[in-house]
Ligand binder design. Structure first.
Ligand code: SF4
Ligand code: SF4
Length: 121
């Protein structure tokens, strides 16, 4: 059942060129890499993030290829990841090399796989 959709086909979209585009959804934020800049909160169209105050601590990350140690007093947290549209704006804007948040294409997403197995049972 569900094969008429083609497994995994329902969430895919196309670019203007007609090429396929696969969204990549936020999974979690690595708290040890977030420097609290707040840019992800500003760009997120799904309102998935909020900033949270934390006890001040030093975080060492690479930014533009250079190791930096910064005093961090707040971090981004995920408050509404179910609303993620998979556009990757947060991942692009995060100044930390490789980004502090981890996003996955739906095919790689364990929750998606569970949901898919439930839908196609
Ligand atoms: S991928 Fe888009 S909607 Fe999802 S958390 Fe990032 S900015 Fe928000
Ligand atoms: S953009 Fe990156 S470093 Fe800045 S608050 Fe968001 S997760 Fe943290």
């Amino acid at each position: 059942m569900g094969d008429e959709l083609g497994v995994g086909e329902w969430y895919k979209a196309k670019r203007k060129s007609g090429k396929q585009w696969v969204p990549s959804y936020v999974e979690y934020i690595d708290e040890n890499r977030c420097i609290g800049c707040g840019l992800c909160v500003k760009v997120c169209v799904g309102n998935c993030y909020e900033m949270k105050m934390v006890p001040e601590r030093e975080v060492t990350v690479a930014i533009n290829g250079k190791q930096r140690t910064l005093a961090v007093k707040k971090i981004a947290i995920l408050v509404n990841s179910d609303n993620c549209m998979g556009d990757c704006h947060c991942h692009k804007i995060c100044p930390v090399d490789g980004a502090a948040m981890v996003c996955m294409q739906a095919e790689d997403n364990l929750l998606y796989k569970l949901e898919k197995s439930r839908r196609f049972r």
